[in-house]
Design a protein around this ligand. Structure first.
Ligand SMILES: Nc1ncnc2c1ncn2[C@@H]1O[C@H](COP(=O)(O)OP(=O)(O)OP(=O)(O)O)[C@@H](O)[C@H]1O
Ligand SMILES: [Mg+2]
Length: 297
């Protein structure tokens, strides 16, 4: 079942169901499969209720019982989503979840609305889901964690940390809240730079991106996965840089390598797609200083 379908059935979950999910979550790093006996010991209700709850959660796809091991359960992404959604709702962060606005390789991003009526972007990390080659390097670095759910929780933690450091100094989505593998930010009504078919002032947009990379560097952060897919542009030419889980600090041994790669990705995109091959000397200088060597574009 997709998250969107599941959200419509969220009402079906009882307090008992959430307790089971919480127990599974608490044991995430201890067990790959949480033994039935352990869940039974931890719940504060009858075994009949537990069995009913497990059957329902299994049926809805929130947990999974590996074949041949009926007496142990694995928490699925949907189960962790349910816990996160409950927190977002009880804390009054999100009052309604809308449609998917970005189904990426490592995350699903949903449109949502806050209690105050502002629009939000809710990013559910989905590390480990079958994905494309070029994202493997990003994933590798995050999978020091025990399993994919934990890797996703760590990715969300890292992304929220970066956004909190950068907000107000660098154009990024304004961070609102983080729980588990979910990051909530304000919605930016823009389009991915990579998918624009028309761009009024391409050079101006490029310069804004360079400024943003520089400001992030001054805060101490290198993006490390910057591309035209991770820049959103609005009709008025304003931009934000998104998708920060893999960032590194500037004193990371490979920070300058990553920084150079980020800058080169952006420069070559603008050269190729928008034929911007020259930029004002001031910006050449900024880039030169940043990557400690001038780059031919
Ligand atoms: N704050 C936001 N406001 C508006 N749209 C957003 C926001 N954050 C993300 N999106 C949309 O969701 C898409 C995916 O977001 P993001 O790049 O953070 O996740 P991702 O899973 O890493 O995607 P991918 O793996 O495809 O790069 C973005 O390309 C953008 O279209
Ligand atoms: Mg992205």
């Amino acid at each position: 079942m997709s998250l969107q379908d599941f959200v419509r059935r969220l009402d079906e979950l009882t307090e008992e169901d959430y307790s089971i999910l919480s127990i599974m979550e608490r044991n995430l790093s201890k067990f790959r499969e949480v033994p039935y006996e352990l869940i039974l010991k931890a719940v504060k209700f009858s075994e009949t209720k537990l069995e009913r709850g497990l059957a329902k959660l299994h049926y809805l796809g929130l947990i999974w019982s590996p074949k041949g091991k009926k007496m142990a359960y694995i928490l699925n992404y949907l189960g962790l989503d349910a816990l996160a959604l409950r927190t977002l709702s009880s804390k009054g962060i999100v009052s309604g979840l809308g449609v998917p606005i970005g189904v990426g390789k490592e995350a699903d991003v949903y449109d949502a609305i806050s209690r105050e009526g502002t629009r939000l972007a809710v990013k559910f990390f989905r590390i480990g889901r079958p994905s494309f080659k070029k994202y493997e390097r990003v994933r590798e670095s995050l999978i020091k964690a025990h399993n994919y759910l934990e890797a996703s929780i760590r990715a969300a933690y890292m992304e929220f940390k970066a956004l909190s450091m950068l907000a107000g100094k660098v154009p990024v989505p304004i961070p609102v809240y983080r729980t588990r593998h979910v990051v909530v930010t304000e919605l930016f009504e823009g389009i991915e730079l990579a998918s624009l078919s028309k761009l009024e002032d391409a050079e101006g947009v490029l310069l804004k991106i360079i400024e943003a990379i520089k400001s992030a560097y001054e805060v101490g952060v290198v993006h490390r996965d910057l591309s035209a897919y991770n820049v959103l542009v609005r009709a008025d030419g304003s931009i934000i840089l998104i998708d920060w889980p893999q960032w590194v600090e500037i004193d990371h041994p490979q920070a300058s390598f990553y920084l150079k790669r980020d800058v080169e990705n952006i420069l070559s995109f603008f050269a190729r797609k928008w034929n911007v091959r020259k930029i004002p000397p001031k910006y050449e200088e900024i880039i030169g200083k940043l990557v400690k060597k001038s780059i031919n574009i």
